[in-house]
Design a protein. Structure first.
Length: 174
């Protein structure tokens, strides 16, 4: 009897906690300063990412949302940092480089040092991308030449052999 009562209380508590957590995660929050706060699902939807992605970047120390119990609450600053992180990843910067930019942003209110470093990293990235582009263009030229050579060699085979191969292939499939 006592174990059934405990199970019922635990189930009720779990449902209540889950409902509270869901409301906290999805409802916009307002702190004492009036800044808008959002739960993990709202932020993930706004940024078109998964909650797991937010937790990943939090685990890497790139964002630090407030906690209310076990619920993450994201400020405009956290969302702005995530936008910078996602943009940096899209542009091909490493997490280490992105962390450096974010740390500089926090340390230098005028953002001059951050901008100088950013310009330097962008130039490095452009050099890398130019090299990759040249390598891709060379690979495409080589593949097109190989394709051309293979088509010419195939054209040298008698038509009967090609037809016989097609028929043999059909016979195997039946």
């Amino acid at each position: 009897m006592a174990s059934r009562l405990k199970a019922r209380v635990d189930a009720t508590t779990a449902r209540s906690s889950a409902a509270t957590l869901q409301r906290a995660e999805t409802a916009p929050k307002t702190s004492n300063s009036g800044a808008s706060r959002k739960g993990i699902r709202d932020v993930a939807k706004q940024l078109d990412i998964t909650p797991r992605t937010l937790r990943f970047y939090e685990g890497k120390g790139l964002i630090d949302p407030e906690r209310v119990g076990s619920t993450r609450i994201y400020s405009r600053r956290d969302i702005g940092r995530m936008q910078l992180i996602l943009r940096g990843k899209r542009l091909g910067f490493s997490l280490r480089e992105i962390k450096e930019f974010l740390d500089l942003y926090d340390a230098d209110p005028a953002h001059a040092e951050q901008m100088e470093r950013l310009v330097g990293r962008i130039r490095e990235r452009l050099v890398d991308l130019d090299r990759q582009q040249a390598a891709l263009e060379e690979t495409i030229r080589e593949l097109k030449q190989i394709e051309h050579d293979a088509i010419e060699r195939l054209a040298q085979f008698p038509a009967k052999r090609g037809a016989a191969r097609q028929q043999a292939g059909r016979g195997e499939n039946q």
